[in-house]
Design a protein around this ligand. Structure first.
Ligand SMILES: *Cc1c(COP(=O)(O)O)cnc(C)c1O
Length: 371
């Protein structure tokens, strides 16, 4: 499993995933969130790290509840984890209720109509089905609106005759900024909503919410980013460690004179005799052109700037300041990992760590290592 680049994957980008680090991050989240239970979010193919491998690893570490976004992700995860409880955040698209039952998945019901449909389906089948109910407290993205909440509360007895409320949840809009007044407002609204509905376990915090303090923990927390080692609060020390390293290999080393231009659009011009390296990766691998503008990568631990634009499959770097001995054909370049954090890459690309990690492309060969 840890063999060097197999011949066929020799020129591909490689995503090395450290499962032991995912386990350590899970334990750190558990410590911070205790006594709340930790239900990892493994949507979007486990934040591009491989949903099955991450979920199996965390399951062995003690996690028994997981969140995915799509129904199809839930169906796939059920095959990997026959016993886990799996919540599907998208909830109920019309007509999908039978699939939830077949695959023993729990929908997160996000609107009045979804509750009505699932409840009718359960009564028809004369069964009682588990579901989570999502209450909007300030995102206006999904979850019961305030009028819907009142409607559901008023009809609670009949609506929940076929439904066992497994979880009452909401989602924070500004949890990455502890000074934002919306956090407390959402907490108050969530508590008020809980008082209107039948008693059930509650969940409010994702990765950033866990750092807002005990009031925000409730019974279950739903970390995604933290599990993979992203920093929930950019600008502060990261309590977690990045689970992966994204690397590619040097195809060519070129020595060029002053005044040469590099790449499409000739946007980079050498101001000194320079050493350029051409690397086998590009925006087809999820490395965005915006990352290249002021970004840095690492060769043998030395930080190296991009030279010119990122192309689809190739990247040129200005490696003039790297010791020549490190610049060999086939040598490894680190795009994200120990020396280049998600947050560094996000800052230079003008985006956030979530978008960088979710954008990593499956063209990369994934290699799993234990620690
Ligand atoms: C994606 C998501 C999470 C996980 O968010 P992170 O910031 O990655 O921890 C939790 N809850 C909901 C509703 C989500 O959509």
């Amino acid at each position: 499993m840890t063999e060097p680049f197999p011949i066929l994957g020799e020129q591909t980008v490689r995503l090395t995933v450290h499962l032991g680090t995912a386990r350590a991050n899970y334990r750190e989240v558990s410590r911070r969130a205790s006594p709340a239970a930790v239900a990892p979010v493994v949507k979007a193919d486990g934040y591009a790290q491989g949903m099955d491998q991450i979920a199996l690893t965390l399951s062995q570490a003690g996690a028994d509840t997981f969140f995915v976004a799509r129904l199809a992700e839930g169906i796939a995860l059920r095959r990997a984890l026959p016993k886990a409880r799996i919540f599907v955040l998208d909830g109920l698209l019309p007509g999908t209720a039978p699939a939830f039952v077949t695959h023993r998945l729990t929908p997160v019901l996000n609107a009045y109509d979804e509750i009505v449909e699932y409840s009718a389906f359960a009564r028809e089948r004369r069964v009682r089905l588990d579901a989570a109910v999502h209450i909007d407290t300030g995102m206006n993205r999904s979850g019961l609106s305030r009028p819907e909440l009142n409607q559901v509360a008023a009809q609670s007895r009949e609506l929940f005759s076929g439904i066992n409320i497994a979880l009452l949840m909401s989602h924070l809009a500004c949890a990455d900024d502890p000074s934002d007044a919306l956090n407390q407002k959402q907490l108050d609204r969530f508590r008020a909503a809980l008082a209107l509905l039948p008693a059930a376990p509650a969940s409010l915090a994702a990765s950033a919410g866990i750092q807002l303090g005990k009031d925000y923990l409730f019974d279950i927390v739903r970390p995604g980013l933290a599990i993979y080692g992203g920093n929930p609060r950019s600008g502060e020390a990261n309590p977690y460690k990045l689970v992966f390293k994204l690397t590619a290999r040097i195809l060519q080393v070129r020595r060029v004179e002053v005044g040469e231009t590099v790449g499409y659009g000739a946007t980079f011009e050498t101001r000194r005799p320079s050493v350029l390296v051409t690397v086998a990766s590009g925006y087809a691998d999820g490395l965005t052109r915006a990352m290249g503008r002021q970004g840095r990568v690492a060769i043998a631990g030395c930080r190296v700037p991009f030279a010119g634009r990122i192309s689809m499959d190739l990247i040129t770097l200005d490696a003039t300041d790297v010791p020549a001995a490190e610049l060999t054909r086939g040598a490894e370049v680190e795009f994200l990992g120990e020396h280049v954090s998600l947050e560094d890459a996000a800052r230079t690309a003008g985006t956030i760590n979530h978008e960088i990690i979710a954008g990593l492309h499956p063209r990369a060969t994934r290699v799993y290592v234990e620690d």
